[in-house]
Write a protein that binds this ligand. Structure first.
Ligand SMILES: [Fe+2]
Length: 162
C-alpha cells in the first residue's frame, strides 16, 4: 500500500515536472511566474529523486521505475490551454490544483509511512510536502497580478496569453 503510493507519487511528480517545463518554455511575458516555476522545476526534480531513493530503499529496482500512465489533470489541461487565448490564466488554475493535489498526496503518504512503520521516510516526505505548500502559496500569489497584467496587455493590444 505504502510502496504503491510512493510509486504513484513518483509518476505524478514526473508528470508535474513535464507540465512545469512546458510552461517555462512557453511563457514570454510573465517573468515572476516563470521564476517561481523555474525554482519549483528544480524542487520537483529533487522530489522525483527522493521518491526514487525511498523506493530503492524498499527494494524497488531504479531501472524498473517506469512512468506509469496516469491521467492527471495537468498534462491534458496544459495541452488544451495552449490553444485558448488565456493560456496563462488557465494554467494558473491547473498549477494551483496540481500543487494542492500534491499536498494531499504527500500528507496521505506520510500517514501511510507512519502506519507502515516507516518513520525513517517521514522526514524526507515532509521536506517535499513543505516545498509543495510553498509552491501552492507562490502560485496563489500570482493569480491577481498575472490576471491584472493579462488584462493590461490585452487593453494595449499586446500579446497576453503567455
Ligand atoms: Fe509541486
Amino acid at each position: 500500500m505504502y510502496v504503491t503510493a510512493l510509486r504513484n507519487t513518483h509518476a505524478l511528480e514526473k508528470q508535474a515536472a513535464q507540465m512545469i517545463q512546458r510552461q517555462i518554455e512557453r511563457y514570454e511575458h510573465y517573468p515572476e511566474l516563470t521564476q517561481a516555476l523555474r525554482l519549483h522545476r528544480s524542487e520537483t526534480d529533487q522530489q522525483v529523486a527522493r521518491l526514487a531513493d525511498l523506493l530503492h530503499g524498499h527494494g524497488e529496482d531504479r531501472s524498473l521505475l517506469k512512468d506509469v500512465v496516469t491521467q492527471t489533470v495537468g498534462n491534458v489541461a496544459a495541452l488544451v490551454h495552449s490553444v485558448t487565448g488565456d493560456e496563462v490564466l488557465k494554467n494558473l488554475y491547473t498549477d494551483y490544483s496540481v500543487e494542492t493535489y500534491e499536498i494531499a498526496a504527500y500528507t496521505s503518504l506520510i500517514a501511510l509511512a507512519e502506519e507502515a512503520g516507516q518513520a525513517r521516510d517521514v522526514e524526507t516526505l515532509r521536506q517535499s510536502l513543505e516545498e509543495e505548500e510553498r509552491m501552492a502559496e507562490a502560485v496563489f500569489a500570482q493569480i491577481v497580478p498575472v490576471t491584472k497584467g493579462y488584462v493590461a496587455r490585452e487593453a494595449r493590444g499586446e500579446k497576453a496569453d503567455r
